[in-house]
Ligand binder design. Sequence first.
Ligand code: ATP
Ligand code: MG
Length: 392
Amino acid sequence: MTSHPAPSSKSFSQLKHLFREQHILMMLLKEFRDGILICDRHGQILQVNRSLRQFLQLKDEVVGQQVEAVIQNPEFLTAMRTVFTTANTCVEEITLEQGYPQPLFFEAHIVPINIPGFLGSGEPEVRPIMPLEAPSPQTVDGCVIICHDITDIRQTERMRRDFVANVSHELRTPLSAIEGYSETLLDGAVDDPAVCLDFIKVIHRHSLRLTQLVEDLLDLSKLESPDYKPEFLPTSVEGLIQQVLTLVQDKADEKKIQISVEISDCLPRALADLSSLQQVLTNLLDNAIKYTPTEGRVVIKARLNERGKIQVDVIDNGMGIDPKYHSRIFERFYRVDKARSREMGGTGLGLSIVKHIVQLHNGEIWVESNDSKGSTFSFTLDPAVPADLPVA
Ligand SMILES: Nc1ncnc2c1ncn2[C@@H]1O[C@H](COP(=O)(O)OP(=O)(O)OP(=O)(O)O)[C@@H](O)[C@H]1O
Ligand SMILES: [Mg+2]
């Protein structure tokens, strides 16, 4: 039997000190907002922190696995090999797409490390641990990979690019029509009474479209501005419906569409910003009339739903919307039938404005519809005074 010398009080306090240091470092690693992964020189994972698990949506334990099983990206793996051979830190922007619902973008800082006796294989070396030596290609024991999440930045850039492309595209059609027809007028058509008036009407129609587009864009940017403060006041839903009806009645009459209103008794007032809510209802009714054939029917219902929210439904018996488009129609510029909507003067911004306003009201909006069976657009609002829920 071998006997071990009793630890001296000095080595005991050193151990305590080391244990404390290790604890602090582990806490730091855990709480760090960037994802961190530490691996040895063979690419085997020694440690990952919580942020990395969340970012890479890791469900299983990965310590002990190879890095390439977790970060499957050829550029990343090449960069890591370069770090081991050169002992220089490398920064690489990585995109992970396969196996993720949405692409993940991150900046990987791959830092070579040399911690004698800790990460390398073989006997622990009796060398002072601090300060860390700068590793050389021969002494790289592993690396620390710091993953800085830039997904939001890249997605915002992509959205901005798409937005600019969409706006330019929307501007081009009316602008080229105005340019073409006015040139034809200038080239002599102005003296031809048979076509002159028609051409001027076309120019006028396209200029109205441009105005509508600019107004919708201004509305969107106002809603998105951090300075925009809606004025939430107790608002009569019945009063709101009546006001909006006067605005859309002419359009409905033109198509002989009958609009009826059903409001449940004792409906509480909603906590709402009146003018933006008018816009919500106007846009929904405008769609209901636009996408319903002549002599159709539109019904507006308002009631207190099972969850104690005020629910407004705009129901039409028009062309309906295939369920596969339901999640997309609230996106900017999205139209189910592009040509048809444009022909009707639509910009494809109406529902995205509606969604924005409803969300600012802490409400929800959704559509229920099937092709050819009409559509029901519903949104909810908070009652000005929380309503009593019906007893189950
Ligand atoms: N009640 C409805 N019935 C059938 N389709 C609808 C209805 N409401 C919306 N849609 C579809 O959703 C698309 C998006 O609607 P949205 O209101 O955002 O744009 P728009 O009506 O084309 O143009 P605008 O910006 O002038 O409102 C429409 O193009 C249409 O295809
Ligand atoms: Mg619309």
